[in-house]
Ligand binder design. Structure first.
Ligand code: OAD
Ligand code: ZN
Length: 247
């Protein structure tokens, strides 16, 4: 393992366009539940009831109750050593962008600047009627929240099943993926499109793929390096190897 960590640190050090692609697994050690796996949210809840535009139409209050529950967990959570190591690597000029499927905002809170949020952000809400947007600092007390402009229902500005991804974020992600000479794929099950195809774009353009995950995923066989373990333990060690050479 130490040899692998050193090898990845060496590639990162000589890279020009390192990017990270993150999923729910990077926030697991912050106490935020993931979606798949034995304790995953999709084991306990049906996405069709909670995370589709139809579910919101049918029962906006139920959908909001679930989001308020998640907002409460997220507001108590803190960035963990994995988020922090990525932010440090960005400060050092190594990581150029963090492409995330997470809506928890923990990358920003850890200090990452160039974060591309593919699935939106749980704290931003928008009106289903007039599209007015606002950012919350705590979970709403009245649900559904009401639009200040038109009186319509507000919804979380996140991507639900059957919805397309925000165009600007997606374009940026594809651009970074194509230019990237090394992509760190951290804590994602690699099954949700189009995020899961970003590593393939990097590989097609000659970039190196490094997976950091506690388990194998459909992406494992296409990765050049597979670092098996917790993101909060592996990323700080890679960063230590990187720093060792900087000092
Ligand atoms: P998943 O819940 O599908 O996958 C989490 C991954 O993290 C799994 O591969 C785990 O093995 C891994 N993992 C868990 N703990 C870890 C740790 N401490 N360190 C490293 N890896 C760990 O989450 P995503 O891949 O992010 O979409 O899911 C993708 C999308 O599916 C989500 O953004 C969400 C969901 O439906 C929407 O809501 C649109
Ligand atoms: Zn409105």
């Amino acid at each position: 393992m130490e040899d692998l960590l050193k090898a990845v640190a060496d590639i990162l050090r000589s890279s020009k366009n390192a990017v990270a692609l993150t999923g729910a697994g990077i926030s697991a050690e912050s106490g935020i539940p993931t979606f798949r796996g034995k304790d995953g949210l999709w084991k306990k809840y049906r996405a069709e009831d909670l995370a589709t535009p139809f579910a919101f139409q049918r029962n906006p209050k139920l959908v909001w109750e679930w989001y308020v529950w998640r907002m409460n967990i997220i507001s108590k959570a803190k960035p963990n050593p994995a988020h922090i190591a990525l932010a440090e690597m960005e400060k050092e000029g190594i990581i150029k962008a963090v492409i995330t499927q997470n809506v928890d905002g923990l990358h920003f809170r850890a200090g990452s600047k160039n974060v591309i949020e593919l699935h939106g952000n749980i704290w931003r809400i928008r009106c289903v009627n007039c599209n007015w947007k606002t950012v919350l600092s705590s979970p709403p007390t009245q649900i559904p929240p009401i639009c200040e402009k038109c009186g319509g229902f507000m919804r979380p500005d996140v991507v639900w099943f059957y919805e397309s991804l925000p165009r600007e974020a997606l374009n940026k992600a594809f651009k970074f993926a194509a230019q990237s000479d090394i992509m760190l794929i951290i804590g994602t099950s690699g099954v949700v499109q189009p995020a899961a195809s970003l590593p393939l774009i990097t590989k097609d353009h000659g970039g190196i793929l490094v997976e950091i995950n506690v388990a194998d995923t459909p992406l494992t066989p296409v990765c050049h390096y597979s670092l098996k373990g917790k993101a909060g333990e592996i990323l700080p060690r890679i960063y230590e190897y990187l720093k060792g050479k900087f000092e």
